[in-house]
Design a protein around this ligand. Structure first.
Ligand code: GDP
Length: 457
């Protein structure tokens, strides 16, 4: 830490999208990606690597008169493509949340729902600044957008009229936020985003209000994240694995969000692995090509280096055992051993107790594995083996060795059964449970055990 020339550079904020199922999280992400592409900046946009980078000039192109790019030192916004509070709480950076800020999507007709409440609890607990996207305003009778005009103007025009349905729904959301302990208001009335949560009416379907949302996110980041987002851009890169993927010509690769420092081609990196930290040398840093070129050329282009915050695919030998949710650390200024110890220490914070008896647990990320382990501990279900990754033949072999029948089971959270494991499962005396909701997975298993015990009586 000697050269601080760039220490004041603000890095790109990492944004997560949360909210109740069907309230429009995926649509919102698609629309943000889509309008950014049509803005002609596709070359700078990250695709298929788990995170979407929207540069400042793209945002200002989309936002038109709403935004003056010279007001911002931020390079843009980086959206994590997998929405939901599950990925928010299981994707971590140095023990905290990987995302710096969040968008809470609420269907304007539906208001707060159970997963909205859960998301709010998590945002409160982690102290994450957020804005509310009051989505699907196009379906509300009070909605009367004027072509091409920012929502703020058309809303002002409406305020002259009797309270519309839209107004009522929006105020209900504001009231629900207040019940949850947050002072909130329609975003154009918010003077101080530190004191008030901004509510942005929008439609993920038509795209109206989306530029307003991006503008508010930029403003929020610019004001609050100054400390956290000032980085030494020359420092050794630190990141979190989003996904481990086989890529033709490259073997196992890791899709990574780099949240600090810089990663260079040829760097030695330490990546959290299923058994030991993996020490390897980067063979290629890959970013997707622009959409239009993908069909004609290779899907990825190689880049020499990448600075935080950004999404990148890392190709390197020996990444097969890398784990989603695990840390990635560049070895520079320190010895390999020091960095390995650091990665080990970070992984040790994620605790999964296993015993000699019990079920096999598989989950998509380290964080979700930990959440599964906690839920099973509460339900007093012992765990024989717990691992990140899809269900493979050896998981079935391990489950079969359980010495109690009720433990001959695999609980898979957000994972698939691998093709080459299908026939093993058919031939084995092992029961597979799969679900995308932890408590349902545990409940399904408990019900199965009860039925088994009843049958034996
Ligand atoms: P998620 O479960 O939160 O990711 O929700 P989705 O993005 O999958 O959206 C759920 C449904 O709502 C889909 O049928 C979408 O087409 C629809 N939807 C999402 N946003 C809007 C919107 O702004 N307006 C309207 N009319 N429908 C929307």
């Amino acid at each position: 830490m000697t050269d601080h020339t760039h220490a004041d550079t603000l890095r790109t904020p990492i944004v997560a999208v949360l909210g109740h199922v069907d309230h429009g999280k995926t649509s919102l992400l698609d629309t943000i990606r889509g309008s950014a592409v049509s803005e002609g900046e596709a070359g700078a946009i990250t695709q298929h690597i788990g995170a979407t980078d929207i540069p400042l000039d793209t945002i200002s192109g989309m936002a038109g008169e709403l935004i003056d790019p010279s007001d911002f030192d931020l390079p843009g916004l980086l959206f994590i493509d997998t929405p939901g509070h599950h990925s928010f709480s299981t994707l971590r950076a140095r023990g905290g949340a990987l995302a710096d800020i969040a968008v809470l999507v609420v269907d304007v007709n539906d208001g707060f729902q159970p997963q909205t409440e859960e998301a709010i609890d998590i945002l409160r607990r982690t102290g994450t600044p957020f804005v509310v996207a009051a989505n699907k305003v196009d379906t509300t009778p009070g909605w009367n957008p004027q072509d091409g005009e920012p929502i703020q103007k058309s809303m002002d025009a409406q305020s002259e009229r009797a309270k519309s349905m839209l107004d009522e729904n929006l105020y209900e959301i504001i009231g629900q936020l207040s019940d949850a302990g947050f002072s909130a208001d329609l975003y154009w009335r918010v003077q101080d985003f530190q004191k008030n949560i901004g509510v942005v009416p929008l439609s993920a379907l038509t795209g109206e209000g989306v530029p307003d949302l991006l503008t508010v996110l930029m403003g929020l980041s610019q004001r609050f994240m100054k400390e956290e987002m000032a980085i030494d851009v020359t420092g050794p890169g630190e990141g979190t694995v989003l996904e481990v993927k086989d890529e033709r010509g490259f073997g196992a690769t890791v899709d990574t969000v780099v949240y600090d420092g810089v990663i260079r081609n040829g760097d030695t990196v330490v990546v959290g692995g299923q058994n030991e930290p993996i020490v390897t040398e980067i063979r290629a840093l890959l970013r997707p090509r622009p959409l239009a070129e993908i069909r004609t050329e290779k899907e990825f282009e190689k880049v020499g280096e990448i600075g935080a915050a950004a999404g990148v695919k890392i190709a390197a030998p020996d990444l097969d055992e890398a784990m989603a949710g695990a840390p990635v650390r560049v070895v520079r200024d320190r010895t390999v051993d020091q960095v390995v110890e650091e990665v080990k220490a970070e992984l040790a914070e994620i605790e999964v107790d296993t015993s000699e008896n019990g079920v096999v647990v598989k989950a998509d990320t380290l964080g979700s594995l930990e959440a599964m382990a906690n839920a099973l501990r509460e339900a007093e279900v012992p765990i024989l083996r717990a691992e990140v990754g899809d269900i493979a033949p050896r998981d079935i072999a391990v489950a079969e060795t359980a010495n109690q029948d009720e433990h001959k089971a695999i609980l898979g959270f957000n994972v698939d059964l691998l093709k080459n494991a299908e026939s093993d499962l058919e031939n084995a005396d092992v029961k597979l449970f799969k679900n995308e909701v932890i408590y349902q997975l545990v409940e399904d298993y408990e019900r199965y055990v009860e039925e088994k015990q009843r049958a034996q009586q």
